[in-house]
Design a protein around this ligand. Sequence first.
Ligand code: LLP
Length: 382
Amino acid sequence: MAQFPLQQFKDAETPFYYYDLQLLEQTLNEVKAQTYGFPFHVHYAVKANANPGILRVIHDAGIGVDCVSGGEISASIDAGFAGSQIAFAGVGKTDKEINLALDADIFCFNVESLPELEVINDLAAKKGKVAKVAIRVNPNIDAHTHKYITTGLSENKFGINLELLDGVVDEAMKLEHINLCGLHFHIGSQIMTMEPFQMLCGKINKLQNHFEKKGVKFDVINVGGGLGIDYDNPDANPIASFKDYFDTFKFYLELREGQQLHFELGRSIVAQCGALITRVTYVKKGSVKQYAIVDAGMTDLIRPVLYQAHHNVENITSDSEQIEKYDVVGPICESSDVFATDEPLKTTSRGDLLALRSAGAYGEIMASHYNCRPLPGSLFSK
Ligand code: LLP
């Protein structure tokens, strides 16, 4: 991330999200460079950040979107995405959301259960349409990440378990208003080694062999998202390891002739370009600790509380050469409202601005009104 534009921050009301759009563009260019020349299609996972300013840049990069609600489909259409660029996932799509997606003629539904398949078939029939569908498979792979963001284990609520897959595929092929075009997978998020993705490729290869023997072929394989980012060293590694990631699929996945490989990347595209900027309201010295009490709270960035995540904190206005340790805490009436403990910061005073780094993904979008607090605003690099 380039230097923070302090002049631009001077009159802005804190807390707010700051987005470095040049870094976002560089990240998207790297994605394009690493997929160029392969039948790879990247859909940005809108759940990571649906700020219209971010969606616009992603739209202009020419990649598609992965949505998990009617709201995300509408936000994507508003940002200029065509229906044909939209994949729609989620375990609990409502009739209203399915109808919205059918009206938008989306690229594909990622279907997670037999009852859902039947409902999509019925609703498509009423509209005289045929819905393109990929079946989400639960491949029972441990992604070695936080349990709340592990999705591909048999006990997780997502996808169709391997033992039940044949039955669902058979059923999908019988339904007249369903065009079964693919298999979909997503094993988890913030995955830092390539091994779980390698294992996923192995499982997909086996499944493709299995289905080919039964005479079933798929136009699309969708491997979801999940590539992690370096929360500890955002300046050293501002762009995720897209080369390692895409190389893993180039090397280990046996794509069939004419088959497309789809990806749904969220965090790795937007995390590093965003920071939550907050002002220090008080510095409080306790008997064992000192606290930097800031005007952002868990309502603005919930990741530390929910996933015990650590976002690097920087004092971006202090001139001090001295480093001291602070617990950086918010104003919310919950003991868990802590961003970081014993965080080394330049000597900090009331009025200083702190940046919580790597907050572009699952930051602003997960903000809430708890304690009747307003939602954080956003500023963009010029
Ligand atoms: N596709 C599906 C089906 C997903 O469920 C997700 C994320 C993605 C793609 C995008 O995954 P990514 O590339 O961003 O890892 N709020 C959590 C992360 C939740 C991820 C949910 N699913 C966090 O702040 O860490």
